[in-house]
Write a protein that binds this ligand. Structure first.
Ligand SMILES: [Zn+2]
Length: 419
């Protein structure tokens, strides 16, 4: 398989550190609010990548962090007058619900920041001991100038970069916090530098070091995370023992846009995953997302979703008779997936496979893409249909309707006309 890496700026053959094993880390959510379609796009892409790699026989350890200590969490908890942990647990659960509803189930392990504080403190201690981080009265900061390869991932030179946080105790405005001293309520911990809490970037490297070591294969996330977040991660991890590269394949998903602007919480132009799922089911949402390559910008429009729904329905309509394997169609699908996860081309192959009646491939590849390309005809469903018909014949309409409601809620199309 070939993947594009932001680090090299080219498509490279996927060569993992351990044969047939892939270590993948993707930045997880900050759990202070509901996730939106922009998040869905990123997590669907890495769900499909993982499922595809597993299908080819590779073992994938897919790790995702949960940012449950953050300014946004502190502020929102204060606004709602609940504890930080209550708020974080609530939105963590909501996040898992949304992922489940979207058929995203490839993550091997979710790691909360708050349950990795010893690992975080240990990493900061080692960076201080190395002389690349320094302590002030407000916290511990990473000295950006100490890291030669700084800016390699984003390709930006230092003079053009701006730090969002200004702190007069820092030696350089671009130095970033590894530890913030102070009392932050519930989520405040003792450390060698006084009570406080971790910075954002250190959470990822402390967690990935624990499970993967200082070098691993793929790091993913949205395009907006390249700077400063991913640059900071590289500086932290590679400064520990000089191991380079921390990660060879940096995969970044393009923006989901609304009227030309990136969908984001701060712009207020977002649609939550659960609101979207009220209008379009999981299969349509995933089909819509995968119709674009993960690195391209993707415009969210009603028309786009409606077209995706139509396209998927067309595939289901033409996939009728089982004509056995379409070897060329199958090759077209895997070739597309191998080429930097080219899902629009893979979906074109799916259309061909549907037209040629390769039902087996549709079922198998549907599991990789997380989309059901076949009309519901499975045995348990036909049993349910029969039971409904029988109940109706016996005029037990209430129970029949209840079954119908449950079936519709589960996304099953009921075709009988006598509803
Ligand atoms: Zn991250």
């Amino acid at each position: 398989m070939e993947l594009y890496s932001t680090l090299s700026g080219t498509v490279e053959p996927l060569e993992t550190l351990h044969p047939d094993r892939v270590y993948l880390f993707v930045c997880g959510p900050t759990v202070y609010d509901y996730s939106h379609l922009g998040h869905a796009r990123t997590y669907v892409a890495f769900d499909v990548l993982t499922k595809y790699l597993r299908w080819t026989g590779k073992e994938v350890f897919y790790l995702q962090n949960i940012t449950d200590v953050d300014d946004k969490i502190i502020n929102r908890a204060r606004e709602e007058n609940i504890s930080q942990s209550e708020l974080a647990r609530k939105f963590e659960t909501e996040y898992f619900c949304d992922m489940q509803a979207l058929g995203i189930d490839a993550v091997s392990y979710y790691a909360r920041a708050t349950t990795h504080i010893p690992e975080i403190i240990s990493q900061v201690e080692r960076l201080v001991a190395r002389g690349v981080a320094y302590v002030t009265e407000t916290g511990v900061y990473f000295n950006v100038d100490s890291f030669e390869r700084n800016g390699e991932l984003s390709g930006q030179d230092k003079t053009k970069r701006v730090s969002r946080v200004t702190d007069t105790t820092k030696q350089d405005p671009l130095d970033f916090a590894l530890w913030k001293t102070g009392e932050y309520g519930e989520y405040t911990w003792d450390s060698p530098w006084g009570r406080g809490r971790p910075g954002w970037h250190i959470e990822d490297t402390a967690i990935s070091e624990k499970y993967f070591g200082q070098q691993y294969d793929i790091h993913g996330g949205g395009l907006d995370l390249i700077f400063p977040h991913h640059e900071a991660e590289i500086a932290q991890m590679e400064s520990l023992e000089g191991k380079h590269p921390m990660v060879r394949y940096w995969m970044h998903t393009g923006f989901l846009t609304v009227k030309g602007e990136k969908m984001s919480k701060s712009l207020g132009n977002f649609t939550t995953i659960r609101d979207a799922l009220k209008r379009w089911n999981k299969d349509i949402l995933r089909y819509f997302i995968l119709l674009s390559h993960y690195r391209s910008p993707l415009q969210a429009t009603d028309e786009g979703f409606a077209n995706a729904a139509k396209g998927l329905e067309h595939i289901r309509a033409i996939a009728r008779n089982d004509n056995g394997p379409d070897v060329e169609g199958r090759k077209a699908f895997t070739d597309a997936m191998e080429a930097d996860l080219n899902t629009p081309m893979a979906l074109a192959a799916i259309q061909r496979l549907a037209g040629n009646g390769d039902i087996g491939a549709l079922r198998e590849y549907g599991a990789i893409l997380g989309i059901n390309f076949l009309r519901e005809t499975s045995a348990p469903l036909s049993v349910l249909h029969e039971i409904r018909a029988e109940l109706r014949a016996r005029k037990q309409f209430e129970v029949a309707d209840l079954i119908r409601e449950k079936m519709v809620a589960a996304g099953i199309t009921i075709t009988d006309q006598s509803l």
